[in-house]
Design a protein around this ligand. Sequence first.
Ligand SMILES: [Fe+2]
Length: 343
Amino acid sequence: MPDTNSGPERPDADLIRALEESNVHPLWDRYAKVIPVRPSAPDTPMLWRWRDIEPLAARAATEVPLDDKERRALIMAHPAFGGDTVATSNLIGAFTILEPGDRAPMHRHTAPAIRFGVDSDGAATIVNGRRCNMGKGDLVLTPPMCWHGHINGSGKPTVWFDALGSLISNHLDASFFEPGAENPEIWSVDEGDELLWAAAGMVDPAAAFEPAHSPKFHYPGDQARRLLAAMAPGPDGARTMRYVDPVTGGSVMHMLDCYMTRLDTDAPTRPRRATYNAVCLVTEGRGRSDIGGQTIEWSERDIFTIPHWEWARHEAIGGDADIFIVTDRVVYERLGILREEME
Ligand SMILES: [Fe+2]
């Protein structure tokens, strides 16, 4: 919009008003809004501590009924987004709680989602008829329009972390949701075709898959931890693995791109910034991050965000730390607008 805050009225003010009344905008007085000179995130880095969320999760487990339409999820909401249910630009992060025997019914939607096991041994997500167990550190994909439901087959409450990339499809007004049919047999399936994709580096050349997302839905936590232990630190000083589509070697889905970082103790990372956004779940250890000039101290099960184009530096304290990171990096990569820098 034109600058109306200060000084005398500009000499072309009459023309600008005439243009606006004709539903035409001049570029000359507002080009920095039409073409910003750099990204500017609406949000600051945010921390949600597990110790604050845990009592609310316990209340939700007893006070919220699980019916056909609801998920017992506590969703991180940054106040910078004016009441919208969003953690940072483009990304939703949440914890879901299931009581013993709970089933969250089958459905599918356009929005891509992931689950990451926190304290969820005995729970499973059924994705397109495949049982994906949700042990500690297991990543489970629920790609766009894949049928999925959840079950807690253990004798205790379970908690896992969720992330959704629904905000882009919502913004493009291309979101669909379909409830599934009631079918008790769906809950007793085994891994099925997930076994075709369970072994890294080995495939059945004839196995069918949908090219829009990874054919592999379940990424076991013990395999991720073994890989991290074998890796050397990267250029920023952290060991960071990417979860990939085994067919393409690229991101697991078109709108969500997941990573796991191991921070060695007493080895602060070099500051980095990027045009994409990140929601981080601390899975082991404790430490601190300097993000956008703000220091965040975190420990296990805390969630924090790295808004786009903010410098971020991380440090483990008192031992190694692992952080699961879900990002929208692939969106920027595919659109050719990815920029990453390191100091
Ligand atoms: Fe869902």
